[in-house]
Design a protein around this ligand. Sequence first.
Ligand code: FES
Length: 68
Amino acid sequence: MVIKGLKNGPYEIKLEGKKFVVKREDGEEVKQNAIYLCRCGFSKNKPFCDGSHGRCGFEAPEVVIEVK
Ligand code: FES
């Protein structure tokens, strides 16, 4: 598993060979290869990133966390 804090953006989480199944409020299930979690605090769709980090001027360095 790799967790990346993208430069000035969200956490990107990927599990090699696996997909995430995200259940939305309306019951719809969406399969994704990665999920992006807000780390700026301004998303209106927490815990997911909605792009607000780009509008609020969020700054953070890139960081890579590898779980072995
Ligand atoms: S990191 Fe993207 S909205 Fe917060």
